[in-house]
Design a protein. Structure first.
Length: 239
């Protein structure tokens, strides 16, 4: 556990949220530091980072600047994980620590270590397969996307792959983490989740409530995805 690096992604312009982070993390005996988030509201991504037209064709909608800023913020954390060669707990600044947090860290760092990414938070229920039992804490593999990226641990080797696979951003960060067929990493989760969210809402993501892509738009997207699979050795979506 002593080798764990803890990074809290937070905007410089959010001092109130940072004060809450300091209070929350004073409850645990774990060193940590802020990682300044990329402020999506103040920049326009380059085409090399985000190809808007291609994203609309293959995803069915475009990402907001703040969603892209959120993704780039996590990429900064992955880079620091690789540079320091330390397993890294990544937190967004709207987290709350649940009572099983310390037990969870002990489990995933000392008792069950066969993971590439370990999810510690999720917003949606997911069917899952239990992998290991530690009393009230379970290690599972989720069968659907639990949504959210407020808390997870990543290995340096896994962070390196995430960086390689996200050279161009094409979907929201939390969906990308669960896109196992694309990045090839094993994503486990510990339940009950040891980290929750405050309910204040994230300042680095302004993802709107999106309707499912249906009808003509879905058919058109499917055609573009087929063409992408035929023309690229590493297509974004395999089906």
């Amino acid at each position: 556990m002593a080798n764990l690096q803890t990074l809290v992604i937070s905007l410089l312009r959010s001092p109130g949220r940072r004060e809450k982070v300091v209070r929350e993390l004073s409850r645990i005996h774990q060193s940590w530091e802020f990682l300044d988030a990329v402020d999506g509201s103040t920049f326009s991504p380059s085409k090399s980072e985000y190809d808007r037209a291609k994203v609309i064709r293959l995803l069915g909608f475009e990402l907001t600047n703040n969603e892209i800023g959120c993704f780039l913020s996590h990429k900064k954390a992955w880079l620091k994980c690789v540079e320091n060669n330390r397993p890294t707990l990544i937190l967004e600044d709207d987290f709350v620590i649940n009572e099983n947090f310390s037990d969870a860290l002990d489990i995933v760092l000392n008792k069950f270590t066969s993971w590439d990414i370990l999810r510690l938070q999720g917003l949606a229920e997911s069917d899952c397969t239990e992998v290991a039992d530690f009393g009230r804490n379970k290690i599972v593999l989720n069968h659907s996307d639990p949504v959210g990226a407020t808390a997870y641990i990543v290995r340096p080797s896994s962070a390196k792959i995430l960086l390689q696979k996200s050279a161009q951003i094409f979907e929201p960060l939390d969906h990308f983490l669960e896109h196992k067929k694309f990045h090839g990493l094993q994503v486990h989760a510990l339940i009950p989740y040891p980290v929750g969210v405050t309910g204040d809402g994230s300042t680095i993501s302004d993802r709107p409530a999106r309707k499912a892509v249906r009808g003509y738009k879905k058919a058109k997207r499917s055609i573009f995805r087929v063409l992408d699979r035929l023309s690229n050795t590493n297509p974004w979506f395999d089906k």
